[in-house]
Design a protein. Sequence first.
Length: 94
Amino acid sequence: MVAPVLDDLKGNTTYQRYFPQGTYVNLADLTDILNLDYGQMVNLTVRDKVNAYLIEGALVPHQNNDQMRIGNTATLLQAPIDLVVNRDNVGHAK
């Protein structure tokens, strides 16, 4: 789930987005975890990167290019690809 800043925050460093029930991990900071018993508005902090969250039971390929200078596709293909997994309550992800 992507939670971008859509409005002019007028100097504020937080904003709100709706999240359905579930457990989410922020892909930019894997220690930022939301545990929601029901759907609700959540206060989020503005970051250098767009806030993107992975719901429980999901996985996504991830390529950390922060330390690399990507000049072309050949260079990109040499960068390692990881899987970020947010397992559900029984340890599964799809």
